[in-house]
Design a protein around this ligand. Sequence first.
Ligand code: SF4
Length: 728
Amino acid sequence: MKKFNRRTFLKATAATGVVATVPIYLSLEDHKKVASEAPVNKVWSRCHGCSSMCGIGVYTKNNRLWKIEGHPLHLKSGGRICARGHGVAADIYNSSRVTQPMKRVGEGFEPISWEQAFSEIGDKLNSIVEQYSGDSVLWIEHGPRGKAYADILLDLVGSPNYCTHYSTCFTSKTNVWPKMVGTTLAGDHENADYMLFAGRNFAGAIIPNGMSKIHKALDRGAKLVVVDPKYSELAKVADEWIPIRPGTDLAFFLAIAHTLITEDLYDKNLVRNHVQGFDEFWAANNTTDADWAAEVTGIPAETIRRIAREMAAKAPKAFLEPGYHGLHSHYVNSTKTAQANVIVNALLGNFYKIGGLYPSQEVNFGTVQRKTPPFKRKGDRADGAGVAGKYPTVEPGRGIAQITPKLVEEGILKALFIYNYNPLRTAPNPAEQMKIKNAELVVVIPTDWNETAVHTADYVLPESYYLERTETPNTVSGHLAHLYPQIMPRFKALEPIHDTKPIRDIVAGIVEAMGHEGYFNFTIEDEIEAAISTLDGVTMERLQQEGLIEFTSHFKEGLPGEYKTSTGKINFSVPEYKENGFTGYPVWEPPATWPQAENEFRLIHGKQPWHSHCCTSNNPYLMSITKDYNGDWMWMNADRAKYLGIKNGDLVSVTSSVTSKQTRVKVTELIHPDCVWIANTYGNFSEKQELGFGVGINFNDFLELQVEPMAGGTNGQEIIVSITKGVN
Ligand code: SF4
């Protein structure tokens, strides 16, 4: 084998102009020497490992990723990066990435040029719009990152159908808070004296700085109580872990409210002067006391009363964490549970209080000048979100993601653009989601060969990896209260290593191929300049140097008096719900399903600290942690397991009304006997992701297609499974 020394290596790379990869035949010592002497570049970016989007510094050498570290001031990272963040950064080199545009031919795919892809997609889209109207076109994505560009496409074809994944995640929360309070409030964990977490795990679905803030509060003597059917990572640092019967958090919240009211422990000024609907709420809930709730939840009545009293004693520096995915799309009672969460916090008088809850501080960005598409009439949304007679109270801006295949089957949707979203793995019942492929045009825009790309796409248009993209600054907000607004952009740290494009260029290519000129005559740099043009003292150079910019606070402690709700008050009873046939206030509603037989359990799920849902299930570093800890095993209560003759590590069959699959069992005392728990990471069935393929099971495998009618959620834990030892 030819030996390379440093001199010959540098000579070779200089001659070819290629310095992107170090040849594998370079010895480790030579490699280390070359690497240590290479210049280091540092660029500010945002992590793409989860919705926290932590600010990161990206260090590169020789146009290769070297390391990342957290931005010290970023609200979410506070200078720290979690395991997922480090893992996903390395995915830039993952072999499962889509490396160029692809077109389905027969059972497989063949590479095509971007020009051919745009031309064929543009022609096909024009013909679909002409034949069926623009209402047959859907753009669906994880969050609103592509919305500004998708809106141009949807306006040009005349489609109302923009949709996010939120109905599979937390739409009960996003539906309730604006209607009840006029905005969403977040917990001030650092300054709180008492924190009650129910169905929320800051140490599993990690926000690094969230945990730092909680630890600071605990060091100061604050109390943390975790109510969760499973002993979560957060429970490990809590003063108390209270296992609750899954699906009954609503009863627990109602009983806390009952104790606060009957023992005269609530904020009467707030209720008297700021609340609408208290009497309605109380008339319906004056019997839901702690004794009643003890029967429903399995939590002793005295514990419920004690927690209510302890919180009242620490109010207003006490709160029930508003929560996120857990509880907010899981049950038929999820929207009522979110309402009861608001009411408990309101009764504690913690709104707009330091140590309580207050809104994320925002900044107003400018927008780039764009050519406006000519007016096109749009019909009702295909999914019925916000439509009278269908799902009138569901937010049209979020939509109902899970029913997309049904709308394809009914012939309502003909062309789908699926961006940064993988419904085949993250929405209920993959066999049902597979029907997406029957649309006349399916364009999937991923970075990797996920299940949706492999099994449904006519065209796969690869987006550049997050380290290869520049994106407009966003306001750093959500989940953590913070007095000082922050903004953070994403700057390109590395040149694309494959034939990929940023989303702006992909949509522009399709729009122009359709024959629409001039709608994308701006660059991403123009967009950034326009965004910061409204912010004094903020320049592109400053953003590039500092990454994150923090502004002075305009927050004033104390109730605002006017609320952006339909009544101008805090609504304990929501008029919009009442007008559409629901109760305006929360009232006990049991889950739709209960385990009955001796081998039946409720299947619940959650995050592990080293994975981000299913999008990390093919990452070599994170999957090696899974292997070390048997992270794909299903948790089962030790007493129930013993009764069923199941031992730790046994293979069992898990069967619901939808399917039957096998997995191994972790036997533990740290889970409520009514349920079994799995991480929501596994069950990868993309053959092009070799590491993750076939590892573990996923709750969506077992979930029937459902729509919670108030907010559109999937009812993701309305799953009863029977469990038998061995393979059925
Ligand atoms: S919490 Fe972890 S995965 Fe999420 S953005 Fe921050 S570093 Fe990335």
